[in-house]
Design a protein around this ligand. Structure first.
Ligand SMILES: [Zn+2]
Length: 249
């Protein structure tokens, strides 16, 4: 098992169908706290409770008191060098697909295309009653104009963002696309995911079962650590920039 950016670059350079899978750890370097770690909003609210479908349905004012500032927080951060590197690897044709557990849209803002967002994303607001959709700007404007902070559809029902909530069904299309990408991959590079949440936690196993190779770049441990070809315990941004440098050498 190797642990250098150069080894990761060599693994990617030799791949015919590399796929990247990212989790919260890639965005902490942009200043977005991982809700499993301490800090900020997540200490004030229990995310498992407040970011749940039950709370959205039963107490939308509580839900939006939590969710509304989070939209501003996510809008105020920028992609970091790790997001930039992933987009560059995709532009070069080395990475064929990008799968993410993040809802922050930082991969897309960094220039990645067709990002598979398995936990949804903050792309637009939608009414669960009449299926009307609005832009996030419109959703925020409606929330800010409401006495109780709840953005409402023209039909009167509370609007929801595209983020998948606890207790809500996962987006079937994105999950299917993620498994298709894993089935096609001969290399999977995991960045910033501890691989503890299903079904994403199953994806590296799909790649390994078909004889593909696994590379993991996280600061924390994962259950797949002993099955990696490359295992790097470093920050994502500097490491991925070093990978690009190695590819150029
Ligand atoms: Zn509606």
């Amino acid at each position: 098992m190797s642990d250098s950016p150069q080894a990761l670059a060599a693994l990617l350079a030799g791949a015919s169908h590399a796929v990247v899978l990212t989790g919260a750890g890639i965005s902490t370097e942009s200043g977005i706290p991982d809700f499993r770690s301490a800090g900020g909003l997540w200490e004030t609210y229990d995310p498992m409770k407040v970011a749940s479908m039950n709370t959205f349905m039963d107490d939308p004012a509580l839900f939006w008191r939590f969710h509304r500032p989070r939209i501003d927080m996510l809008g105020a951060v920028d992609p970091n060098p790790a997001h930039d590197a992933v987009a560059e690897l995709q532009r070069r044709g080395i990475v064929k697909a990008v799968i993410t557990q993040n809802i922050d849209r930082l991969h897309t803002r960094a220039g990645a295309v067709d990002v598979i967002e398995v936990h949804g994303s903050l792309d637009r607001g939608r009414c669960l009653r009449c299926d009307h959709t609005v832009s996030m700007d419109e959703l925020c404007a409606r929330a800010d104009a409401a006495d109780d902070g709840v953005p409402r559809c023209d039909c009167g029902f509370q609007l929801k963002s595209g983020v998948v909530l606890f207790g809500e069904q996962m987006p079937i299309e994105a999950i299917g696309a993620a498994f298709d990408a894993a089935e096609a991959a001969d290399v999977m590079l995991v960045i910033g995911s501890s691989l503890q949440v299903t079904p994403v936690s199953q994806l590296p196993g799909v790649v390994l079962a078909r004889g593909g190779a696994l590379a993991i770049l996280t600061e924390s441990e994962t259950d797949y650590d002993h099955r990696c070809s490359v295992r790097i315990h470093e920050k994502a941004g500097p490491t991925m920039q070093a990978v690009l440098t190695a590819l150029d050498a």
